[in-house]
Ligand binder design. Sequence first.
Ligand SMILES: Nc1ncnc2c1ncn2[C@@H]1O[C@H](COP(=O)(O)OP(=O)(O)OP(=O)(O)O)[C@@H](O)[C@H]1O
Ligand SMILES: [Mg+2]
Length: 253
Amino acid sequence: MLLPAPPPLSTEATEPVVEWDGVWCERDGRSVLRGASLRSAAGEIVALLGANGAGKSTLLRHGNGLLRCQRGVVRIVGRPVGRRPVAELARDVGLVMQQPARMLFAPTVRAELAAGPRALRRYDPDWCARLSERFGLDPLLDRSPQLLSAGEQRRVAIAAVLAGRPRALLLDEPTAGQDARARATLRALLRDCAADGLAITLATHDLGWAYSLCQRWAVLAEGRIAADADPAAVLAQPEVLGRARLSTLAVAA
Ligand SMILES: Nc1ncnc2c1ncn2[C@@H]1O[C@H](COP(=O)(O)OP(=O)(O)OP(=O)(O)O)[C@@H](O)[C@H]1O
Ligand SMILES: [Mg+2]
């Protein structure tokens, strides 16, 4: 087990931690999301798949309040996001962006790991130390996050979000730029986090990695979730694969 047991949810165990319910979003006059619905429950790892530009990052950004629904509703632990500030929502949901360097601002990796939990009044040095060890960040602790490699920056950003002990984790392309060892480590770590009750939703093009990790694949196409099932069931739907430009060959890779 990686995480100490999280505080019990005040809601029924079956209630999703994050729920996107009929989300519509228009950007620059173009319709990106057209009633997209998805649920992320405690202990689940859901892959969000789709072509470039399908709206995966847009959907994830609705999940932590960075973007607000034009129509539809996002609920976090049963409560609509509405106009609640991002800082308040961060107590429950952490998002690691597709370009994680944008999230890093502290002078050192050590300070970066502490910043989020301090802001949330949840700083636990032992927990930060465990994350640092698990993510292989110990040799980097006194370095500037801005001067790290892209792969290192992504690991720091994921650890920094987990340091705040969210109930739900949204990861945007977590394996992009990660070497084989880092991908394997991240897979093991996310499994541990899910076993401890974290609700994980991750956008990815890394189908082989997602096949072995995620119980559910949700496929975004034309602004809606076109399929939401276990990976084998999704792979058996060639029409959906074609619309989302998913290649079965990538699973074997
Ligand atoms: N800030 C923005 N302003 C206007 N349009 C945007 C903005 N961000 C994204 N878009 C548009 O929204 C659509 C969905 O983008 P999004 O980044 O959500 O796709 P994605 O599925 O994450 O793609 P990728 O696989 O390339 O990361 C795209 O057409 C994109 O051009
Ligand atoms: Mg994206």
